[in-house]
Design a protein around this ligand. Sequence first.
Ligand SMILES: *Cc1c(COP(=O)(O)O)cnc(C)c1O
Length: 363
Amino acid sequence: MSATIPDAPAGTTSRIWRGVIEEYRGRMPVTEATPVVTLREGGTPLIHSEVLSELTGCEVHLKFDGSNPTGSFKDRGMTMAISKAKEAGAEAVICASTGNTSASAAAYAAKASMTAGVIVPKGKIAMGKLAQALVHGAKVIQVEGNFDQALTICRELADQYPVELVNSVNPYRIDGQRSAAFEVVDQLGRAPDVHVMPVGNAGNITAYWSGYQEYHRDGLADSLPVMRGYQAAGSAPIVQGAVVDKPQTIATAIRIGNPASWDRAVAAARDSGGSIRAVTDRQILSAFRRVARAGVFAEMASAASVAGLLELHEAGELEPGQTVVCVLTGHGLKDPEWAISGAAEPMTIPADVRVAAEALELI
Ligand SMILES: *Cc1c(COP(=O)(O)O)cnc(C)c1O
């Protein structure tokens, strides 16, 4: 009856984030019988970017999903997929991965006391991501092939053996990932005018568009964003309209030649008045550095969204004052090699204050 909300007691935060299933329970396909397997994913920061806003004349915000428990947005879908697998009595899950799906599946399976098998393209996943899968106790198998071939193997394993597939072809993954769109609207107080993001297997753009549409339908957002998806030029099957047999890009998380949610990505771009385009590795690397210099360490694939933003700006396709959200899908710490390779080696000095002051150009 009373609408007053008591202040939090001193020394506590007013609100503790419970993970995407509990936060959006009414919108998630769960019941009382669903064992919620969560690492308190979601609730990630929406960071206003002064640098990118100034550059584009828009209000640019970065949705930093690198601050999820395993360092990528994959956790949003994995909490749903593993919870439903647990509910169905599964004891083992399997996925193909360019790295982040395996890191997430390994962590959530471990939390649920389940076994995870992950199949990754040999030599093509970042060291940090491999470390995550290993440390959480997943059975990691490297296949002499690419992601698309790994996914084909996983689909067949799930067909023929008692193991649940948790790639984004699992509809529960998309259900959970919709939470990111809900959060963006909840954080901004409205839907953005333009939404820019990387596209790999295309599950995430499918999920965002679905989430935005749902909030719009339910009257929680007055408008819908224009969806702008970006593939890497060396692995841009949707842009080229044909499967890419040997996808190439430094952005390994979007190094995918035959996206599982291809049609739905095309539909999201079309129905929102947007597009799916490509940015080169050079553009991605430059965007990566720009964002890092402004305090946000995202992984290479994530930078495709910012590269896309800059391209939209240069092509005159943004209107001044528009609200833009760029999704940064994963954390840069997963693959620090790129950051280090582009930087000068730190200077070495004797343990001396004056020398340190000189080296720092303080005197
Ligand atoms: C998985 C992933 C992507 C691509 O998302 P899709 O849903 O496959 O399109 C982009 N960036 C990062 C960091 C990822 O882990």
